[in-house]
Design a protein around this ligand. Structure first.
Ligand SMILES: [Zn+2]
Ligand SMILES: [Zn+2]
Length: 237
């Protein structure tokens, strides 16, 4: 799988919000900056057939209406699956309605399928990609991390929890929330990642959801297999 990092920033960062795309088809989170970055990189938005949503905070979903406007202009004629937590469909469609009334109702009904997950551990096969969705702990809000094809781990926003530990042990490369130097109830910190890398030899972590001040502090830390990258970075897994 080729993974393109579209955003590495937290909500306070000057960088795009944390988001990535797998093989030009599977989008993971869709916060501010996601669509502009895809267009900047000459991606064809028509190729997107799956959208994974970690949770319903603004920095992870606000580009949804922007995507819909683009896809309608491109006249897509395939189903796009959106997979995420309960109440996702209602929230995303409310966003769209606030901005465009009912203009996109028919387009959404024809081209979108929403799958809302309640389980702690949910598996789905999507166009030959094995997607494992695990509940993680983002204080007070339903949140999920993902393992794609038993290789790529995505923590989403989470504090250290069983779901995150499983994502580390069952993936080769992990794109991990590293909002803080010292983790709290909302976010993983560098201290948590240091420990997870010690417990899971040979794994590679790509830090994301970084505040700009955290990024500067992290740049001084030297830890094997821990990478800080910029928006637009890509890798093969
Ligand atoms: Zn969040
Ligand atoms: Zn966030």
């Amino acid at each position: 799988m080729i993974v393109k990092i579209l955003g590495t920033g937290a909500i306070y960062s000057k960088r795009n919000c944390a988001s990535l795309i797998i093989d030009k088809k599977i989008l993971f989170d869709i916060g501010p900056g996601t669509i502009k970055q895809l267009l900047k990189e000459n991606y064809n938005l028509k190729e997107i057939n799956t959208i994974l949503i970690s949770h319903l905070h603004s920095d992870h979903i606000l580009d949804f209406p922007t995507l819909i406007v683009n896809l309608e202009v491109l006249n897509i004629n395939h189903k796009v699956r959106v997979i995420g937590p309960v109440n996702m469909k209602e929230k995303l469609l409310k966003l769209l309605e606030l901005m465009y009334g009912n203009y996109f109702d028919n387009f959404i009904n024809k081209n979108f399928e929403f799958i809302e997950v309640k389980e702690n551990n949910y598996d789905i096969l999507c166009n030959n990609y094995k997607i494992n969705m695990l509940k993680v702990n983002h204080e007070g809000i339903e949140a999920y991390g993902f393992i794609i094809n038993d290789k790529l781990g995505l923590t989403g926003d989470s504090s250290i929890c069983d779901g995150v530990k499983k994502i580390f042990s069952n993936s080769k490369i992990i794109v991990a929330d590293c909002s803080l130097i010292k983790g709290d109830n909302y976010h993983i910190g560098f201290n948590n990642i240091e420990k997870l890398l010690k417990e899971n030899k040979g794994k590679i972590v790509i830090a994301t959801h970084l505040r700009d001040d955290t990024r500067e502090l992290l740049a001084a830390k030297k830890l094997k297999n821990f990478k800080i990258v910029e928006d637009g970075y890509y890798f093969d897994v």
